[in-house]
Structures are given as C-alpha cells and as structure tokens.
Design a protein around this ligand. Structure first.
Ligand SMILES: *Cc1c(COP(=O)(O)O)cnc(C)c1O
Length: 426
C-alpha cells in the first residue's frame, strides 16, 4: 500500500504530460508527489494508500454539499439509467435554466456549456459581437479559464507554474486584452476613460478567488458598474466560483451590484462538467440561432450533468446554508488568526462566506502583486505539515480554501489543532 502513490505517479508521468490532466494537481509549487484519490464522502477524502483527509479543495470549488451527496448521486444514477446524452432538448434543461434565472439577479436567459472556460470564452465573444468592439479589460490575478484572450496575467495555475502568460497565445490576441491591477480604482478609471471606444467588456471575479481569496475593496465593484454603464461597456461577472457559493444569487446578490452578463460553472454542475453564461435577454439573444454570435456544444446541457446541477441547487434552495457556512468558515479564519498571532507568524487571513485564504504576508493583501510578495516557501512547509496530519489543502498558495455543508465544528477544531502543530514546526 505505502508505495502505491509513487508507482501510480511513475505510470502517470509516462503516459500523461506532467502526470496530470490539469497543471496545479502536479504539486509543483509545494513539491513532492501528489496523492492519488481512491474515493470520497462528505468532507473526507481517502487516498490510494488508505489514508483519510479532511478536504478543503472540494474539487476546486464545485462540491459545496461535500462529496457524494446522496441527493446528487441518486439524481445522477436515475439520469444515467435513462440515457447519457441526446443532443436534443430536455425538460430538465428548461427547469434548470428557470432555477438559475430565478436565483441570479442579472440573469434573464442562460445558455449551458460544458466548462467554465467555455462559459467565459463565449461571454467574451458575445460581448464583442454585441458591441462591435474588440478590446477587453481584465484584472491581474483573476482567472477566467484558459481561452486565448483570457490567459493574460491569469493567476491560479499559471501563477503556480510561474508563467504569467502562456506560449501559443498569438500576440495579436493578447494585444486586445488590457490587464489592470485588481482593486485599483484610479488605474481602472484612467484605462476606461482612455480606451472606452474600443473596449467591449470588463470581466472580473467579483471576489477574486484564483490568487487566494482577495475580496473587492470598498466601491471597486460599484465603480466598475458605473463606468461600464457610462461608456456602454458590457460588465461580466465571472461567478464560476462565487455563483451559488456566496449566496444563491452569488457575489452580485451579496454586494448588490448587477452585471450585464454572468458566467457560472463549478457548483451548478454538482461535480459534473458544466458551465453557463447568462444575462439580459437582449444580449443573450445575440447568440445563435437567434443572433449572429456562434456557439454550440455536442454535450451542452448534458442530462446527467444537469440532473446533478438541479439536485445541488434544490438542496441549496431548501437548506439555505449560507449563514451557517459563513459561521464555520469564520471560525476557521479566526482560529488561524489566533494561532498565527500566538506564534508570531506574519499572516493576512481573508474570508468571504465559505471561502478563505491564509497568506504568509505582513500586509493586507489587496492585489496580485501583494499575493506574489507573500512567503510561498512557508506555504510549502505548512501544506506538507497539514497533509501529513490528514488535512488536504490546495497544493498551491494561490488557491482558495473552501468549506462545504459536510464540514462540522469538529472538523474545524481538528484542522486548527493540525495547523498549530504544523506552524510550530516551521
Ligand atoms: C475554474 C474557473 C474558471 C474555469 O472553469 P473550468 O471549468 O475549469 O474551465 C473560470 N473562471 C473562474 C473564476 C474559475 O474559478
């Protein structure tokens, strides 16, 4: 059993580039060999060497109900038995679209796709097609999937590997992307006033969660909204992480700022591959077949994924767990604050609802540059200390810590005990 991971890792390295199907999984930023997962239930992961962990990655955000929630699994089973894909409309898709439109303030109509990347890529194309303009504004450290125009200063996996921009993205594409510092209102205002004639859209994570969790300060989101309205620029909230995580209506409900388009993914698939983009009907109707912006997908609106999504949203609607999630996550964040103070470790702890980050930093982290200044060597040691004590954190300092409804106060206590031991040792 004990050698199982290194054996599996060797085999993976032989047949899969870098041994993984998504780069951050490779442990490059923390060193060592990834653990291989055998199964999971609730907030517990079990690896192939028989070890159990409390999971704070939750498949990078989707599993707000924890792993293998009985309602979700039962919906998936039932859906499978009736066929896994039709490439034709189903009743379920109409119901799902209605549920999303009723929950998310900015959404009148919604198109389903198969990943968050596809959702943001399509939202950008739609914004360009609708406005007739080519440039986009994004913010450093915000990740919007791996399509060409959006893979500029993109945080997350790219930051983990230390490649700010990807090879293979033609300069001609990147040229249309203006990347600005997150939370910097003056720079944004200057950029918009200078470029508004060519800017089709502003895309932002309303709470940045791909450079660790960096909350929007003061009137950052309000300013984006005001200037986009003033200059007829489409405002896109990328709520692939925050949608149905911070509230049923996502960050836009929490902060009371309504974008023109919203992208969703992760939670709305209940752990199955899905993405969505939605917004005002006048903009959404510019998509084919009504409009001239083309978008399509063989597996779009896949019946199994939609069934998992509906089951997840139903539980969230019935239980409305957001206050309780916030309370538990606050307990974890407060615990980290207490411990780092006691041990005189410089830290900045951020938390919004059920997501948080511990930065080993001596400043308040407000943007990507501050994230990069934090001590990633200390994170590496902390990560391995926690892993050996049965706590599974993201194998990178640039990712969020997520809670689910399956985590309990007991899990939080155990985690804080492990954190104190780990931090004492480094
Ligand atoms: C994960 C993520 C994406 C990309 O979604 P995929 O399903 O991985 O393609 C886009 N935007 C944000 C904010 C994300 O967190």
């Amino acid at each position: 059993m004990a050698k199982r991971h290194s054996h599996l890792w060797e085999k993976s390295l032989k047949y899969i580039p870098g041994g993984v199907n998504s780069p951050v999984r490779a442990f490059r930023k923390v060193g060592g060999t990834p653990i291989f997962i055998d199964r999971a239930c609730g907030c517990r992961l079990h690896d192939c060497e028989g070890k159990e962990y409390i999971d704070y990655v939750l498949s990078w955000g989707p599993l707000i109900l924890g792993h293998a929630h009985p309602h979700v699994i039962s919906a998936i089973k039932t859906a499978c038995q009736n066929g896994t894909s039709f490439g034709a409309p189903t009743e379920r898709e109409a119901l799902f679209a209605q549920m999303i439109a009723e929950a998310v303030p900015s959404i009148e109509k919604v198109r389903l796709v198969s990943s968050g990347t596809e959702a943001t890529m399509t939202a950008i194309r739609l914004a360009r097609g609708f406005s007739g303009k080519d440039d986009i504004i994004k913010f450093e450290g915000c990740y919007h999937g791996h399509s060409d125009s959006l893979l500029v200063k993109a945080g997350s996996g790219a930051a983990t590997l230390g490649v700010p921009d990807s090879a293979g993205v033609p300069e001609d594409f990147a040229r249309h992307t203006i990347a600005l510092p997150y939370n910097d209102i003056e720079t944004f205002v200057r950029a918009v006033e200078h470029n508004h004639e060519t800017v089709a859209c502003v895309i932002v994570e309303p709470v940045a969660a791909n450079m660790g969790v960096v909350p929007p300060k003061g009137d950052f989101l309000r300013t984006l909204r005001d200037y986009c309205t003033r200059y007829d620029i489409i405002l896109i909230f990328d709520e692939v992480i925050t949608g149905f995580r911070l509230a049923l209506g996502g960050a836009q409900e929490l902060y009371g700022i309504i974008p023109d388009l919203t992208t969703l993914g992760k939670i709305i698939g209940g752990g199955m591959p899905i993405g969505a983009l939605g917004g005002k009907a006048v903009i959404m109707d510019t998509l084919a077949p009504d409009g001239n912006v083309y978008q399509a997908g063989t597996l779009s609106g896949n019946p199994v994924a939609v069934a998992a999504g509906i089951a997840t949203l139903k539980v969230l609607l019935e239980e409305n767990p957001y206050q309780e999630l916030d309370r538990l996550t606050r307990m974890l964040a407060d615990g980290f604050r207490r411990i780092t103070q006691k041990l005189s470790i410089q830290s900045c702890i951020t938390q919004v609802g059920s997501m948080m980050s511990l930065f080993f930093s001596n400043e308040t982290v407000r943007d990507f540059q501050a994230v990069l200044r934090a001590d990633s060597e200390r994170y590496r040691n902390y990560f391995h200390g926690m892993l050996s004590r049965g706590i599974y954190l993201a194998p990178s300092p640039y990712e969020a810590t997520f809670l689910s409804t399956a985590h309990t106060e007991g899990d939080i206590q155990r985690t804080l005990e492990a954190a104190e031991e780990s931090l004492r040792q480094i």
